[in-house]
Design a protein around this ligand. Structure first.
Ligand code: ZN
Length: 306
């Protein structure tokens, strides 16, 4: 079956080391790729995910050492949520307290226990308890039984829901599955990274991008042909879609959806094992062939992270 839903979420952060420490140590995600922003090679691009960095498990950051904080507003991703086993929510609440990470009281959202907190840059995150069959990846501090099982989904803060909903359902392969208060939830076919929830608020302030802000969210396409078909349908909505860009681990097109959020469509292939074996993911700084001749200069300006 074709897998639809999120491929990855990409955000801005403050200092790289603090970001790495929080997401790998506190949350127990695996660093699956250490590379640079191909559009700005003096900046890291850090990818976190499950053991193999499968689509739907990936959260990535562009860390900037002295970034000003962002402010969430209309036309942005408000919250990024991870899946954890339902029975592990209590363990996580305890862990966040132990690590000095403030969390909001546990709430039920669409029937699922949801624990909201922020990363050190103020990025709004949540853990959502689900019936997860697949096994987790054990990190140094988070045992496999409690480990994060990829992305649950994102919540978009929008002026109105309908124009964005049309893109989700008519182009990106999601379907509406429920409404609750001001929330409308959509789901793709994949088990991991399946959900996009729209919170339509009308007349709220626009956001200001900075540390802790989501820069874009990426949806899955099985291959280049599926991606091209989606781009054609977007053109039918009058939306401008970029040319395909080679991101080394996937191939991407980008467009600004009608609600103002930057969307990407990324191919499942080739994946993160294309330039290093799965066992060694994230250990070495990887550069695309075009930047390899500049490795010494690039390494000289990047902050040391390990
Ligand atoms: Zn991306």
């Amino acid at each position: 079956m074709v897998q639809t839903g999120l491929h990855h979420v990409t955000a801005f952060s403050g200092p790289a080391l603090r970001n790495l420490d929080f997401h790998t140590r506190v949350l127990g995600l695996r660093l699956v790729k250490k590379t640079v922003n191909f559009d700005d090679p003096g900046t890291y691009h850090l990818y976190y995910g499950d053991e193999a960095g499968q689509p739907g498990t990936i959260l990535t950051f562009f860390p900037v050492e002295h970034a000003a904080p962002g402010r969430v507003g209309i036309g942005e991703t408000q919250e990024t949520a991870f899946r954890v086993p339902r029975a592990s929510i209590g363990w996580w609440a305890h862990r966040l307290i132990e690590k000095g990470v403030a969390h909001e009281p546990l709430v039920q959202v669409f029937g699922a226990p949801t624990l909201r907190f922020r990363d050190p840059d103020g990025m709004m995150l949540a853990l959502v308890g689900v019936d997860a069959d697949e096994s987790g990846w054990p990190s140094a501090e988070v045992p496999a039984e409690h480990a994060i099982r990829g992305l649950h989904g994102v919540t978009l803060l929008l002026d109105k829901a309908e124009p964005t909903a049309a893109i989700l359902t008519e182009v990106l392969g999601l379907r509406e599955i429920g409404r609750e208060g001001s929330l409308i939830r959509f789901a793709g076919s994949a088990d991991v990274g399946s959900f996009v929830t729209i919170r339509a608020v009308g007349g709220f302030l626009r956001g200001r991008q900075g540390a802790g802000s989501v820069h874009h969210i990426a949806f899955r396409a099985a291959d280049d042909a599926a991606q091209a078909a989606m781009a054609d349908r977007l053109a039918g909505f009058g939306l401008h879609v970029t040319e395909q860009r080679d991101r080394q681990y996937f191939r991407s097109v980008y467009f600004r959806e009608p609600g103002g959020v930057l969307f990407e469509i990324a191919t499942d292939a080739p994946g993160f094992a294309v330039d290093e074996p799965v066992e060694a993911l994230g250990r070495a700084l990887k550069l695309p062939a075009g930047l390899e001749p500049h490795r010494a200069e690039i390494e000289a300006v990047l902050p040391k992270v390990a």
